[in-house]
Design a binder for this molecule. Structure first.
Ligand code: HBI
Ligand code: FE
Length: 266
């Protein structure tokens, strides 16, 4: 997700050096558990025909009655791909985020949106992170891609190339589309946790849907406060892994000479 201009939400006062916190599961109110249940019910009713099959299967495997308990989810996640989710107060600095991904740890925010934010929230809350991101951590190839991405991000920070990697994350992990034998589907967490964009991304005639092209993805800007104007479509997760397993260092000087593309006419 993107960093907002204003102070991030969440309680950072008790975090450890790596920005992780205790989830404090008993601290959630029954109203919060109910709100989480309603978010899951609403979203689950929209997945068929729009979410990729592996997401639908895995979200069922991870289902919980109310807000999920990270410790119990981690038994399943760890057994499936060796990933662990770690509780964080909210957005963490880029270098911390990438270091966690590079170590097969996915940061999951502990706070839940308010009822007024049922349909839209700017910052990642526990529903966006757990419902949207965690199911694909059970997919071995996607899990390997995410770790490679984390390693690439740490290198990019050193080469002042974070913006390019943030676009790659945005157009794959957050808003990616994928071709399947049953038609085009989405695997992006930002779409899968959104009540409106999950149908818009495939049904609307207005956005561009372009075949995945690594350099073009990293040249294309994105907006955080509206449905996307451009989506990139992969054929499979192996394609993502293959494209990002290479060393990006030689790509950055080339990207700096290329124009930045506006997503509304990408
Ligand atoms: N922190 N908790 C959290 N979650 C994110 O998705 C996140 C972050 N910090 C930085 C960040 N994402 C971005 O740098 C990436 O989108 C590239
Ligand atoms: Fe996200």
């Amino acid at each position: 997700m993107i960093k907002p201009e204003h102070e991030p939400r969440g309680d950072y006062s008790r975090m450890r050096a790596d920005y992780t916190v205790a989830q404090n599961y008993s601290g959630y109110s029954s109203a919060e558990h109910d709100l989480y249940r309603r978010l899951v019910e609403r979203q689950s009713a929209k997945l068929a025909g729009y979410a990729c099959e592996e997401f639908i299967e895995n979200v069922a495997l991870l289902s919980s009655d109310g807000i999920p308990n990270f410790d119990s989810a981690n038994h399943l996640i760890g057994a499936a791909t060796g990933w662990q989710i770690v509780a964080v107060p909210g957005l963490v600095p880029d270098d911390v985020f990438f270091a966690h991904l590079a170590a097969r740890r996915f940061p999951v925010t502990v706070w839940l949106r308010t009822p007024e934010e049922f349909d839209y929230i700017v910052e990642p809350d526990i529903f966006h992170d757990f419902f949207g991101h965690v199911p694909l951590l059970l997919n071995p190839v996607f899990a390997d891609y995410l770790q490679e991405y984390g390693k690439g991000g740490m290198k990019a920070l050193g080469l002042d190339a974070l913006g390019y990697l943030a676009r790659l994350y945005w157009y794959t992990v957050e808003f990616g589309l994928i071709n399947t034998p049953d038609g085009m589907r989405t695997y992006g967490a930002g779409i899968l946790s959104s009540g409106g964009e999950i149908t818009y991304c495939l049904d609307s005639p207005s956005p561009h849907r372009l075949g995945f092209d690594l350099m073009r993805v990293m040249q294309t800007e994105y907006r955080i406060d509206r449905f996307q104007d451009t989506y990139f479509v992969i054929d499979n997760y192996e394609q993502l892994f293959r494209e990002t397993a290479q060393d990006f260092t030689p790509l950055y000087p080339r990207l700096r000479k290329l124009p930045t593309l506006d997503p509304s006419n990408a």
